[in-house]
Design a protein around this ligand. Sequence first.
Ligand code: COA
Length: 227
Amino acid sequence: MTDPRPVLDILLYGAAGFAVQVLECLTGRGEQGPRIAGLIDATKPGRRGQVISKHRVLGGEEVLEQYRPETTGIIVAFGAHRPRIDLLRRLRDGGWRFPNIIHPSAIVSPSARTSEGIIVAAGAVVGPCCDIGFGAIINECAVVSHETHVGACAQICPNAAVGGRCRLDSGAFIGIGASILPDIQIGANACVGAGAVVCRDVPEGVVVMGVPAREHGTAGKEQQDAW
Ligand SMILES: CC(C)(COP(=O)(O)OP(=O)(O)OC[C@H]1O[C@@H](n2cnc3c(N)ncnc32)[C@H](O)[C@@H]1OP(=O)(O)O)[C@@H](O)C(=O)NCCC(=O)NCCS
């Protein structure tokens, strides 16, 4: 059920390239809706006051203390996969709310079901009867075909194509330009390397790459931080 309380402000957590991409998704929707309060950069304290695409870096994580979780929406606007998942979960446990960000040029089927905090970037397509979980990213020009389940915090990178009736479990990462054949399952926190063509199911936590995709070990924490 949709939370009836209005979101008054939006904070972007992140202030680099992906944040700019998200800001572009937000422009063009007119003056209606919540105000973009500013950006949080928890990694570089010196950036406080800098202006990124017309919006100010407000400071680090301490900025959260100035806003109320009940009425403030947060967008986790950086791509580093594992840190992003950890932050989304921490903020959700703290009661924060997560608007969905859908670029005006993206196409999301009216029959697709979307959870909170998803980002669908420019040119991406989400097909009929898909199911997109909390915090998932469908990046630029990626295609998710019909009846596919995209689990919480999964990330589908630019130009990747996921066939119909696939299942991507939570935290799955699909690299740039990869192709997943129809009816394939990608386990939780598994990684499909850039450009791979996946013809068989990928177990939880396993990294695959190449054409056809072959196993390349399991993903350690350090690797996951880098995706
Ligand atoms: C698959 C992947 C996770 C492997 O990472 P890794 O384990 O750190 O692998 P390495 O970089 O050490 O490379 C190991 C070998 O595999 C090769 N390789 C790396 N990625 C490859 C890929 N996607 N396809 C084919 N070969 C690849 C490397 O050239 C290297 O070959 P070599 O041993 O002959 O020199 C990573 O390369 C990848 O594709 N990540 C996705 C990046 C992406 O799409 N980012 C999107 C940001 S929006």
